[in-house]
Write a protein that binds this ligand. Structure first.
Ligand SMILES: [Zn+2]
Ligand SMILES: [Zn+2]
Length: 365
């Protein structure tokens, strides 16, 4: 009936049924008793084959086996739950085959997630911090404890649907169930609403939430605070609070991933002769050895002085670029010293310059 062989897998079975069910669905074949009958047959076949116990009986004894084994060909509508996308809210299988009860939508719903922005100083992001976030959110009403019903009262059974959450219409062979418009499918209504929350079960409040920020966060990091969002309707679980971080720039350090970069000035003499210089890091001063003959723009790496790895181990590195400061005003003595330096270490003796001058001479003859 489903057009599958005895060895069909669960997936093949499901796919075959889906195809046929869509084809013969009463919604698509109004006033067509043949389609209705066919739909019922393939659904029956699927209900048997999808139930592994019934299928093993069927495989051994065929259709008759199910009858004689006393298993009946009743429908366990749960096997159709995967097909909600086909049948939606429209058809309850219990209704179609006269079994089962109507489905009731729960009044309880999870609260919505919230988003707040938080701006941090560079240091706070580096070391982590404990701060607070102000958030406007719905919280459970204390007077009715979130039920929405006046104290001492509780929601009563909906009279339109007798608590089933669905109302039915008869249409030919089918009994069609629709969500009850009076109770929105919840099966109950609040007849004596709580005066404080007007039956909503929750109240809008402004709260200050403690926010622990771990070390190493960066601009754009999102932190989730589970359960700190909106409380759910009628006692449902709360949503989450997402805090999106914005980190201010540092006047001296620039961040690149977990590494930091900075520029430090060194004197001509330090660059030429080498020196030990003091370099600032986020955690205090560090002594850096600048070797003899350091060229302008040389970058040094100081390991483990970068940003801590978020929720991990270790740190990035600190890259220090040496900027050689050329003095812009000289004392008489300094001028004499530099003059002396110039006579002993002429730049035009530099091999690179000599080669460059040679090329220029070649071009201009
Ligand atoms: Zn209330
Ligand atoms: Zn109702």
């Amino acid at each position: 009936m489903l057009g599958v062989g005895r060895t069909a897998t669960e997936v093949e079975l499901k796919s075959a049924y889906r195809k046929l069910a869509l084809q013969f669905h009463p919604d698509r074949n109004p006033n067509n008793p043949d389609a209705e009958e066919k739909f019922k047959e393939v659904s029956e076949a699927y209900a048997i084959l999808a139930d592994s116990e019934k299928r093993s009986v069927y495989d051994r004894y065929g259709h008759a086996g199910l009858g004689s084994a006393g298993q009946g060909v009743g429908f366990d509508s749960s096997v159709f739950q995967d097909f909600n996308d086909i049948f939606g809210e429209f058809f309850g299988f219990g209704d179609l085959f006269g079994g089962g009860g109507g489905r009731r939508r729960s009044r309880v719903q999870r609260g919505a997630d919230l988003r707040e922005d938080l701006t941090l100083e560079f240091e706070e992001a580096f070391f982590g911090t404990e701060t607070q976030v102000t958030v406007r959110r719905h919280e459970a009403c204390e007077d009715c404890r979130g039920s929405g019903a006046a104290p001492g009262k509780s929601p009563t059974t909906c009279r339109s649907c007798n608590g089933r959450g669905q109302v039915r219409y008869q249409q030919g062979f089918f009994s069609i169930a629709r969500t009850c418009p009076t109770c929105q499918g919840t099966g109950s209504v609040i007849t004596d609403p709580c005066t404080k929350c007007k039956g909503e079960g929750r109240i809008l409040r402004q709260r200050t939430v403690d926010a622990k920020v771990p070390a190493g966060v960066e601009d754009g990091t999102r932190i989730r605070f589970a359960g700190a969002g909106e409380v759910g309707q009628f006692g449902g679980p709360a949503g989450d609070l997402y805090v999106v971080l914005h980190v201010k720039e540092h006047p001296f350090f620039e961040r690149e991933g977990n590494d930091l970069r900075c520029v430090v000035p060194i004197s001509v003499a330090q660059a030429a002769m080498g020196a030990e210089i003091r370099v600032p890091t986020m955690e205090g001063e560090h002594t850096l050895k600048v070797p003899e003959g350091t060229q302008p723009g040389t970058t040094f790496r100081i390991r483990n002085k970068g940003v801590p790895v978020l929720n991990g181990h270790g740190k990035g590195d600190l890259y220090v670029q040496a900027r050689v400061q050329i003095p812009n005003r000289l004392s008489k003595r300094q001028r004499e010293l530099l003059q002396e330096l110039e006579t002993t270490a002429k730049v035009d003796n530099h091999p690179m310059l000599r080669s460059l001058l040679g090329k220029v001479k070649d071009i201009f003859g």
